[in-house]
Design a protein around this ligand. Sequence first.
Ligand code: SF4
Length: 415
Amino acid sequence: MNAASGRPAGKRYRLDKPELLAPAGNLEKLKFAVHYGADAVYIGGQKYGLRSNADNFSLEEMKEGVEFASRYGAKVFVATNIYAHQEDLAGIADYLRGLESVGISAIIAADPAVVETAMRVAPGLEVHLSTQQSTMNWQAVRFWKEEGLPRVVLARETSMDEIREIKRNVDIELEVFIHGAMCSSVSGRCVLSNHFTDRDSNRGGCCQSCRWKYDLHEGEQSVMGEGDNPFTMGSKDLCMIRHIPDLIDAGVDSFKIEGRMKSIHYVASVVNAYRQAIDAYMTDPLGYRLKQEWVDEIGKAANRPLNTGFFYSTPGAGEHIYEPEEKPAPYDFAAVVTDYEPATGMAVVQQRSPFKPGMEVEFVGPGGRAFSQKLEELFDDEGNRLDAARHPLQTIRLRTDRPVAAWDIMRKKTL
Ligand code: SF4
């Protein structure tokens, strides 16, 4: 024990808080991610990103997103991480200037042509090296630092020991995926989707064909998965909520959550849990204890099996999902609170999926505020009593057992 600091000998505690970086597939998800505690969000524009099926942002939407995020002191990054064919590069300079003009803080790029163009035509944009470059050693990180990049997003395949070694050798920001889907191939080096659907994973088209159901035949003979027992090739999802101190102590500067295609409920819940864990550790590293409610919060919005990816060992056969997983998440997003009247105890909510009186629901807000209750009477915005809230985006008034606030989520049990 160091007598002066009270820290265990040899243990290094960082004083600067790491960034919590959340995915935002559209403007509404961006607002939820920021409201629930993200320090930064990453989005896709209408070109050059790797999620061509997300509701990618127009420049106007980016501007609105940047303005919203800046009210919370948060930043917006744009994924421009395709590997570009020659034809993809037409218009890239104007596109990057456009991002700079609406206040985007950084792009996440993989192709050196995109990196070089951004540095030349849009110097106000930081360039972060995408995980698509599969960077896993300090010499490669040093190369990108010498090219002028302030941050590298490490490959998901990098171990905790390798992160420590990189941080020891190169003074640069390191961004690391801490939660979300994993590729069952080496990230970004997969052509399953290209072969099966002609959708290019490296140009944003991955259709997650590793999660399809397969039968495997060797010639005429069935080897695996015949009939009612198909198999899949998906990976368990990454979850590092139990290992926040390790990540911080290793020197990770940005904790990245995967999932621009994920729901508002998922993004808000996962950000909410990690925000609380990071803040708790940074406030009191020695007294830090993992809270089961953070783990539970993540489990309420998704039901895929979880593991720690490559951080502590190379995932083996047990880390793949061979049986198709059909179970839904235990809770479903039912409504978002838009207003609350303390005098009457009535909340105004916007419907996101059907609910009705008698149903058990849970209200959740940033910082872990949560309570359950049974729904009583429901009213529409003209005061008419309703037997159910059936219509998407319908405005509903209902009584809550405790005060709630705008942006709180009302969720219902699915199981
Ligand atoms: S098909 Fe699966 S393994 Fe291939 S890129 Fe997509 S997610 Fe990764």
